[in-house]
Design a protein around this ligand. Structure first.
Ligand SMILES: *[C@@H]1O[C@H](CO)[C@@H](O)[C@H](O)[C@H]1NC(C)=O
Ligand SMILES: *[C@@H]1O[C@H](CO)[C@@H](O)[C@H](O)[C@H]1NC(C)=O
Ligand SMILES: *[C@@H]1O[C@H](CO)[C@@H](O)[C@H](O)[C@H]1NC(C)=O
Ligand SMILES: *[C@@H]1O[C@H](CO)[C@@H](O)[C@H](O)[C@H]1NC(C)=O
Length: 460
């Protein structure tokens, strides 16, 4: 009586093990098969950075099981893309170098469940969310000192993203959000596969990270995902619908001064944003000006102007009049910062604050990233030879209006709270009177409650 269930369990165990083996073989087979099928020699598929790899099967199969359209046990998903990357779900790191240098700690490797680690890394975001880093990993060698474009895309922006990648020819780290509905996932992974194999530039330069959940959008969390997994020291936070007109990447990298400031971590370089006044002019990026000399006449004739001119505070801190009259090579500091400013900037990946993940939709999300960056001591500098131009498209107007209303309240609270955090931090460190705290000193007293506190502290 007792032996029977045991034997039964044993059979179950064996079946499960067999299932695992078949799954691995199947995944490996498809994984290996893809490159040659697609005719791209070094197609990267889902190979991950070694820091994000290990084998711990049951959980990943759990995940696969939840995405199968059929619930028949033992049936494998037909989309081979799903398998390969998901066999990895442990995060490793070695004993910290500092500890070893100090003669403390023992050489060793620590591992942690990847999902646990990611749930902490994105702990303020709405959950549950399944994050899959390096779903596709680019093949070309990455130069640490390069600038990675970090961006977000949804499936209806694939073609504009392809143009961006083709044009940039440098590292790109992109977050793609997928709604957690089986049909949608399959469909999207199929078109993503199509996109990724559509050009050698894609597989050479683009790292793709997936976020799968039931929420419409969490822009700031997606931004942080793209930044966290960028593989260079510097990143540019960009919206996918901008056309890169000038080669700011080369200009920045070849300027010792600019690189020096980037490296220090308290400067962010603004690439000014423009748009065509007549939307129909702004759809074909091949007609866009490629240098400032061709841009200026279009500005004079009012065919092109600052991006979102109807919402001045979004970009006017860039000081467009100054931009127009700057001499070639000039880099000027933003002196009229205000808290709605949301320029497109190049900055250091590690150091500046991350985007606050409580901003989940339209309105104030990017501004909040830049506000915290600013009061943390990062100043903005405008590269006066460079610019990007928005490619016109239709927005989801109703969603934008509702979410903006919601985020306006959050932003007001956020600014107050962020100011208090930084004031306290700099005060504790005895840095409140230093240049590092200059932005906090000038910006935060604009908020009534914070001004009162400043008064009480006798700091202003
Ligand atoms: C996705 O949906 C599946 C099936 O409904 C569910 O089991 C899983 O927990 C969901 N995952 C997330 C991240 O929402
Ligand atoms: C915008 O451009 C289109 C096509 O060139 C033209 O037909 C239209 O009149 C323009 N609209 C304005 C407001 O200039
Ligand atoms: C930007 O626009 C705001 C509101 O329209 C205005 O108050 C501010 O002076 C402008 N700043 C600059 C630098 O033009
Ligand atoms: C900061 O500087 C002001 C003016 O120089 C001075 O009154 C104040 O005591 C200083 N505060 C700190 C914390 O050093």
């Amino acid at each position: 009586m007792i032996g029977l269930p045991h034997r039964f369990i044993r059979v179950l165990q064996l079946s499960f093990t067999a299932y695992l083996c078949v799954a691995v073989v199947y995944a490996t087979y498809h994984f290996a098969k893809l490159p040659w099928n697609d005719g791209i020699r070094s197609f990267p598929s889902t190979l991950r950075d070694s820091r994000w790899s290990s084998l711990k099967l049951p959980q990943s199969l759990d995940f696969m099981a939840s995405y199968k359209s059929s619930s028949t046990v033992g049936e494998l998903p037909t989309d081979s893309n799903i398998n390969a990357g998901l066999l990895d779900d442990k995060f490793y790191w070695d004993t910290s170098k500092v500890a070893l240098d100090l003669g403390m700690g023992h050489q060793g490797r620590v591992s942690m469940d990847e999902q646990l680690f990611l749930s902490k890394a994105f702990g303020v975001a709405m959950g549950p969310s399944r994050i899959i880093p390096f779903y596709y990993k680019a093949t070309s060698e990455v130069d640490q000192e390069d600038i990675t474009i970090t961006t977000l895309i949804t499936s209806n922006r694939f073609s504009v993203f392809a143009r961006l990648v083709e044009h940039y020819q440098g590292p790109v780290s992109v977050t793609i959000h997928i709604k957690n509905e089986t049909e949608h996932i399959r469909e999207l992974l199929d078109s993503l596969h199509g996109l990724y194999t559509s050009s050698p530039s894609m597989s050479a330069h683009v790292d793709v990270h997936l976020v799968i959940d039931n929420f419409e959008r969490q822009f700031n969390m997606w931004r942080n995902v793209a930044r966290l997994f960028a593989r260079t020291d510097y990143i540019m936070m960009l919206d996918v619908d901008f056309a890169l007109c000038t080669d700011f990447r080369r200009a920045i990298r070849s300027s010792e001064q600019v690189v020096g400031k980037l490296k220090e971590g308290n400067a962010a370089f603004v690439i000014p944003a423009f748009e065509y006044t007549n939307a129909s002019d702004g759809t074909d990026s091949s007609t866009f000006p490629r240098d400032k000399d061709s841009l200026l006449p279009l500005v004079d004739s009012k065919r092109i102007g600052m991006f979102h001119a109807s919402w001045g505070p979004g970009h006017n801190s860039t000081d467009y009049p100054k931009y127009y009259t700057s001499k070639p090579g000039e880099v000027y500091k933003v002196t009229q910062y205000q808290s709605a400013y949301e320029p497109y900037v190049v900055f250091k990946k590690e150091g500046p604050p991350w985007c606050d993940e409580r901003f989940i939709g339209y309105g104030a999300n990017k501004a909040s990233c830049l506000f915290e960056m600013y009061i943390s001591g990062v100043s903005f500098y405008v590269l006066s030879d460079h610019f990007i131009i928005h490619q016109n498209h239709d927005y989801e107007e109703t969603a934008r209006k509702n979410e903006r209303r919601y985020n306006r309240k959050i932003y007001a609270d956020f600014k107050e709270e962020a100011c208090l955090r930084y004031i306290r931090m700099y005060r504790s460190q005895g840095l409140l009177n230093t240049t590092l705290a200059y932005n906090v000193q000038t910006e935060c007293p604009k908020i009534k409650n914070v001004a009162r506190l400043f008064g009480q502290l006798g700091e202003t």
